[in-house]
Structure formats: C-alpha cells, structure tokens
Ligand binder design. Structure first.
Ligand code: NCD
Length: 316
C-alpha cells in the first residue's frame, strides 16, 4: 500500500487510481479523529501557503477548504472574483500569476468554465485543487461522498447508489460516477430524459427515469439540485418545478411507500421542497450533515497528501 499520491494536482477524479482514493479516505480517517479532539489543529502544513481562488459563488466548499487548511496550520489567503480585478478584464492567468508571485504553494480554485483547473495546472508551479469547474468536475465533493458512504456501510464496493436530478449540468454527478465506479459501487442515474445526457449509458451506469423504481433498487440516493443557473434561456428542460417535484422529488410519503431504508445524501445547497422535502432532509435517513462534517477531514487529507509530495525547494 503506497503512502503517496500518484498525482501532483487534483483536477478531476481521473487523476486518481483506486489506490490513491483509498489512501485519501484512510488519511481522512486520521484527520477525522483529530477533528474530534479538543485541540483540533495539527502542524502538518506549517509554512505552506494556500490560496483559495473562487471565481464562482460558494459558501460551504470555500468554508470547508479554509477550515481544513487552518486545521493543518497553513497560511491562507482568500480571493473571490467579485472583489477582484477580473471584473476589470484581467485574464485568469494574470490573476493567478499575480497571486503566485506572492509565493503560494497550493491553489484551490473554483471557476465557471470547464477545464479552468487543467489550464491553471499547466501554467503554474503550484499544486492545483479543482473545487468545481463549470459542469465538469468537483473531485473533493465526490471523495467526501465516497467517504460518507464508506462510513455508513463499512465499504463502497457493491453499494447501490442512485444519483437523482439534473445530471446534465452537475459536476457533482460526473465526479461521483467516476469515483464510485473506481471503488466498485453500482451506480444509477435518475432524472427526466432531458436532464440525462444520451451518452451516459456508455459510462456503464444504469439509467432510470422513474424515481420510485430507482429508490426500490438503491441503498443510497444522492438527491441533486436543479442547476437553474446553468440551464440558460433556451427551451425549458421540464414543464414546471411543481411537476419536477411530483415526479422526482423525495417526500415522506414516497419514502415510506418503499418499506425499506434508503440512505439520503445531498451535496447542498438544498432546495427544500423541490428535490427533497424538508422533513426527509432532516430525517434519520439523511446523512447530509455528516457529509459536511466529513468534507473537512477529506479536504485535509487531499491538502496534506499533495503537500507531502511537494518539492519544497522547487515550488514557490
Ligand atoms: C455543489 C456545487 O457547487 O457543484 N455544491 C457544493 O459544492 N457544495 C452542488 C450544487 O451547487 O448544487
């Protein structure tokens, strides 16, 4: 079992082997223990500077990374596009080069364009973590989801996971499919015909347009949000939110009609009453807050492992 990652950056799940993912999850176990102690801070990233560069709005992911970095004793700088020169026409590379000139070792970036993190990694010396690039990938979300499933079931292999909702526009869905498949889970994508791309079946996942059937099949349902901001002004993908909720929303009545337990997940932010009812989101079946808690430990593991493989003399 190796104790180093086979990658310098975390741009997408494809950068990781199953062994790398296992190493991240095992390392996160240790950090989860640290987070449960009265002294929740370790010196692992002392003298390492991390820049969180967010070109797209985020609350939980940015906070989760920042907390992870601070628990590891890193120096942290934050940058968000709304308060920056990007509004004045500066390019992504200019912005990033300016930040790196200040001797930053690791960059955590969220950007609205798919491929932005790959571009950045090609043009900088720093290690890059993709915190979400358009509808492309969100690898740390998939890792924390896998961690949460493993915590609940004691394993990921063989667990049946249905990912429900706006698959077409969801970076969480794509990263989850890749990550879960690498770990041997069975994956189903469920949603309206218009929100599941035609090529999805080629990925070796099951496809369903019937939520009740999906729920009867799965052990875990990951209920995704409708990504309104990515659906554009063209023809609507479904007739109305009300109809969407009737067909693809999970409420207590639907859950109880199953007569079995299904673990409920959601990456947040939740649109309560649309993809999941409030009472189900807060029910004993839901592990939504455990996901948030695990997110800090998993991000600590990713930061720690990427920094451990760093040539400290060559970097900043
Ligand atoms: C997700 C994202 O930003 O892709 N949220 C998150 O990272 N917490 C999912 C979403 O926005 O629906």
């Amino acid at each position: 079992m190796s104790d180093t990652l086979g990658t310098q950056h975390l741009l997408g799940i494809d950068d990781l082997s199953a062994g790398d993912i296992d190493l991240i999850l095992r390392t996160a176990d240790g950090f989860k223990e640290v987070l449960a102690r009265p002294m929740r801070k370790v010196p692992s990233l002392r003298d390492i500077t991390v820049a969180n560069i967010f070109f797209e709005n985020s609350t939980r992911t940015r906070l989760s990374f920042e907390l992870a970095e601070k628990r590891l004793s890193a120096d942290v700088v934050n940058f968000s596009a709304s308060s920056s020169s990007t509004k004045k026409g500066e390019t992504l590379l200019d912005t990033v080069n300016n930040i790196l000139a200040m001797k930053v070792d690791l960059v955590v970036m969220r950007h609205q364009d798919p491929g932005a993190a790959v571009f950045l990694a090609k043009h900088t010396k720093a290690r890059v973590i993709n915190a979400g690039d358009g509808a492309h990938e969100h690898p740390t979300q998939a890792l924390l989801d896998a961690y949460s499933i493993r915590e609940k079931f004691g394993k990921v292999a063989g667990v049946k996971v249905a990912i429900v909702g706006d698959i077409l526009h969801s970076r969480v869905a794509w990263s989850n499919v890749r990550c879960l498949q690498k770990l041997g889970a069975e994956v189903m994508l469920c949603g309206p015909v218009t929100l599941i791309p035609k090529h999805a079946a080629e990925l070796g996942v099951r496809i369903s347009h019937d939520l009740d059937a999906a729920l009867r099949w799965c052990d875990v349902a990951n209920m995704l949000r409708i990504q309104m901001e990515r659906q554009g002004d063209g023809p609507a993908y479904f007739p109305s939110l009300r109809e969407y909720t009737m067909l693809f929303g999970l409420d207590r009545k639907r859950y109880e009609s199953l007569g079995k337990e299904v673990v409920l997940m959601h990456p947040g932010p939740i649109n309560r009453g649309v993809e999941i009812s409030s009472d189900m989101a807060d029910s004993g079946a839901s592990i939504i807050l455990q996901q948030v808690e695990n997110g800090v430990a998993v991000r600590m593991a990713v930061l720690y492992l990427l920094a451990a493989g760093m040539d400290r003399t060559g970097i900043s």
